[in-house]
Design a protein around this ligand. Structure first.
Ligand SMILES: [Zn+2]
Length: 247
């Protein structure tokens, strides 16, 4: 694995000369994660998972994008959101630049629900325009399966985890000094009957910003979750590389 931010241009010239490399881009967000997790939780998680993927692939790890589309959390102080257009443009511009440089594939490791649509839009636009280098967007494949295995607390809704046992476990594994266990609080907000079917803000649904229960979180669970998502991501990338004739 090579980290782009700490490499020199001559390092990258040599990497590119040895064959078209793969790039891995962690795409995070700056959004509320309850009273006990930092605002950059999604970025730190995406970066940890992207690092595992880049190591497994011997790929080029790009610097993280620390902002994302998170208007639904805007009512919580500290949340800073990009529009869907900006997220799509950032991803599209980075992809165009890597394409011109000769990369084989851009894997985007998405850490924020609100980025899903714009990142897919960026990938779709490139495919429709017939651009050479494809973009593969991964939304933590396998997260729900490993969540079902390790979680002791119920989900706030099927597959919904936000500042809960899963996210708190990952943060205990990645960056324990940023976690405030003395502030752990469980909250299971009542969700509207069409939750997930239309864009809607999270802020009015609960008081703390927690969707679930962080109290059973452990670093060991976090390590298990990250390892599983990295393994499932590598399998998904392998399928794409085979499909593209790159393996
Ligand atoms: Zn999160």
């Amino acid at each position: 694995m090579i980290e782009l931010s700490s490499s020199t241009w001559t390092d990258m010239r040599d990497v590119l000369a040895s064959g078209p490399p793969l790039a891995v881009l962690p795409f995070g967000a700056l959004e509320q994660h309850g009273p006990h997790l930092p605002l950059d939780t999604d970025t730190r998680q995406a970066e940890a998972i992207a690092r595992g993927i880049a190591s497994g692939l011997d790929a080029v790890l790009l610097p993280s994008i620390e902002y994302g589309n998170t208007w639904g959390n805007a009512a919580f102080p500290g949340t800073v959101s990009l529009s869907v257009d900006t997220v799509a443009a950032i991803c599209g511009d980075i992809a165009a630049s890597l394409d011109a440089a000769g990369f084989a594939l851009l894997v985007v490791v998405n850490g924020d629900y609100g980025n899903r649509l714009p990142l897919q839009l960026a990938a779709e636009k490139r495919a429709a325009a017939g651009e050479r280098m494809p973009v593969l967007v991964l939304d933590y494949p396998g997260l729900v399966d490993i969540g079902d295995q390790v979680k002791e607390s119920p989900w706030a809704a099927p597959g919904l985890c936000h500042a809960d046992e899963l996210e708190t476990s990952m943060m205990l594994a990645i960056s324990p000094a940023t976690v405030h266990p003395e502030r752990f609080v469980a909250e299971y907000p009542g969700l509207p009957p069409d939750f997930g079917q239309r864009p809607q803000a999270l802020a009015p649904l609960g008081e703390t910003g927690v969707f679930g229960d962080p109290r059973a979180a452990t670093a060991a669970k976090g390590e298990q979750i990250i390892a599983h998502v990295v393994t499932q991501s590598l399998a998904a990338i392998e399928r794409t590389l085979r499909s593209l004739g790159l393996r």
